[in-house]
Design a binder for this molecule. Structure first.
Ligand code: NAD
Ligand code: WQD
Length: 341
């Protein structure tokens, strides 16, 4: 059985990914410092798969702690590295906290891979590296720009750190996955997104409003150059996204890479506006959403969606779950959280 280390494995995308690796027969080791997640997530994982992953509460940005954890798991075949801070607005206020956590974490992971001869890395990058693309849909060869936020910049710099490390050491093999907007929850409602405080992201704000935790959703801007005037994103189901990581690791361990690193967009290939997401929510759940159109949010791009042909053809991966089903899974998760399912 192949052993895989998943950093950030109690987080939103990480927890869904742990489940998919366990389903695929991997032995999973989770490293997370619980700075943005809860240890009870492991119960949810165990309720789905019947397997509790080995868990280390440890900080990836702490070199000594990583030295200890990796000495126990030097037999891992690959690392899936999610652990990072991700709040765009907070990163503008506290840039050094973001650079320190996200970049030191990656550097420690790469150092431990070298030291322990662990060859494979799958890295969580983001469509934020494309900024506002001039041509849509955006492909992996579209220009990478300096992102608007320090958070986004940590993703751009991380990609560069990985590329430079590979140039110097071809033993390291990496796949960079550029996610678009992950939404939804596991169909079992055992795991899902757990935003701390007031959510920044659209879907948790919608479900918290519908359940009565927030008064109304503010739709940020209706004067964009889009068919209905609201901004467009590529919303990708979190379980579909999780599955892409398993395929990426299998590609690494089976030596199937044609470039090193390889980069893939992971999205649906389709853009949806904020109003379309609201309609999907109302249609799929039968709930009415209280919302109001307001000013644009600073830093938002107008529209972005991904060309996923490369992931479809080369990884053999494709988004499968429909938007309505995905949005409904987020609603079921919200109800479960509030004891209403
Ligand atoms: P999340 O906050 O739910 O998960 C990240 C996990 O990493 C959390 O459990 C947190 O406790 C942990 N963590 C943070 N810093 C750590 C550290 N120093 N040591 C150990 N653990 C640490 O976020 P997510 O939405 O699951 O995102 C996972 C990854 O995907 C992140 O790298 C994020 O930047 C990237 N990403 C997320 C999105 C998105 O919209 N959710 C989009 C693109 C890329
Ligand atoms: C989606 C759309 C908002 C909340 C962020 C990061 C990006 C990536 C994904 C990590 C936008 C609108 C939102 C609300 C609204 N993360 N909206 N009312 O901004 O596309 O991307 O998460 O890498 O880097 O920037 O996602 O969910 O915040 O917003 O109208 O209360 O919903 O304006 O058009 P975003 P989001």
């Amino acid at each position: 059985m192949h052993k895989i280390i998943i950093t950030g494995g109690t987080g939103y995308i990480g927890s869904h990914t742990v489940v998919e690796f366990q389903n695929a027969g991997f032995e999973v080791v989770v490293i997370d410092n619980l700075s943005n997640s809860q240890v009870e997530v492991l119960d949810g994982i165990c309720n789905i798969t019947g397997i509790r992953p080995v868990f280390h509460k440890a900080d990836v940005s702490d070199a000594d702690e990583m030295e200890k954890v990796f000495s126990i798991h030097s037999d891992a075949v690959a690392i899936v590295h999610f652990a990072a801070y991700k709040a765009v607005g907070e990163s503008v206020q506290k840039p050094l906290m973001y650079y320190r956590n996200n970049l030191n974490g990656l550097i420690n992971i790469l150092s431990q891979m070298q030291k322990n001869n662990i060859p494979g890395l799958v890295f969580s990058s983001s469509c934020t590296v494309y900024g506002q693309p001039e041509v849509l849909p955006v492909t992996e060869t579209s220009p990478v720009v300096k992102p608007e936020s320090p958070y986004g910049n940590t993703k751009k710099i991380s990609e560069e750190i990985i590329e430079d490390t590979i140039k110097a050491d071809q033993n390291i093999k990496a796949i960079l996955l550029r996610y678009f907007n992950p939404i939804g929850a596991h169909p079992s409602s055992e795991i899902g997104e757990l935003p701390l405080g007031v959510p920044n992201n659209l879907l948790p704000f919608i479900t918290q409003t519908a359940i009565g935790l927030r008064q109304k959703l503010m739709v940020f801007g209706s004067d964009y150059n889009t068919p209905d005037g609201t901004a467009i994103r590529d919303y990708i189901n979190v379980v579909d996204l999780a599955k892409a990581h398993v395929i990426a690791v299998q590609r690494l361990i089976n030596d199937k890479q044609v470039n090193n690193p390889e980069v893939f967009n992971i999205g649906t290939g389709t853009g949806n506006s904020v109003l379309e997401i609201i309609k999907s929510f109302e249609r799929s759940t039968g709930e009415k959403l209280n919302y109001e159109i307001t000013e644009r949010r600073a830093g938002d791009v107008e529209k972005v969606w991904g060309d996923t042909t490369k992931a479809n053809n080369i990884l053999g991966w494709k988004a499968e779950v429909s938007l309505d089903e995905t949005v409904k899974s987020a609603w079921n998760w919200e109800k479960k959280l509030r004891g209403k399912l």
